[in-house]
Design a protein around this ligand. Sequence first.
Ligand code: DGL
Length: 276
Amino acid sequence: MTGAHDERPIGIFDSGIGGLTVTAAIRQALPTERLLYFGDNAHVPYGQRSLDEVRGFSHAIVEALIGADCKLIVIACNTASAAALASLRAAHPGLPFVGMEPAVKPAVEHTSTGTVGVIATTATFQSELYASIVERFAGDVEVLHQPCPGLVKQIEAGETGSPTTEAMLRGWLQPMLDRHIDALVLGCTHYPLVRPLIERIVGPGVRIIDPSPAIARRVDHLLREHALRTSATAGGLQCWTSGDPAHFAPTLEQLGLGGTEVRQARWSTAGTLILP
Ligand code: DGL
């Protein structure tokens, strides 16, 4: 046990409610840490925007989270990580960042059919980060990738169990099932919110890989490495959104985070983010 502690919060962000799936895993793994979450619902979905535009939002969000005294930042969004993780690290060399990347490695380790699937946003698949992960980890395994345009919108609209969402998912997943995938990577942090539908479609023969628990372990590791763990005995979560704060309640409830305070954040006309 080292003597050094740091009582500042951890900052987490996403385009909307998706990153709350990662937040729930961090909350579970690190219950004594204080978490600040921002969902950019004014701009969701990120996945159909250009990587440049998402990079701009991400830098402004991180400035605001630094203004809120965050000691570590979790980019709980695959799209924003693909767009901005490298430039954020370059811009803030003293600040530890944890980014999301599609979990191709565990899928490749699991497969016995030799074919795995990844679902993510269009922007994530267009990124260099995704290409480099496939190059590094795929080896002889065939990695099928399927963008899901419109799925984040359905999830944000609370359509997590509707026949329309199920039909959309079936349309994307059936061709991968026809090619005998036996692992499916959830490459967008919104997608665990429709995991029951995905499970129903792919059946028990396909392992679904959600990287959230691994991200929580990574946060824990970095906090220890940089002597940033809190000494508090109870942590907590506080959220902001640039959309309607009431919109968060059902998802917070679904993830066991009910009762969390959600405040209104605002983008200025100059493109800075204000977290009151
Ligand atoms: N949840 C995000 C991700 O992991 C972004 C989804 C979106 O806004 O399109 O990619």
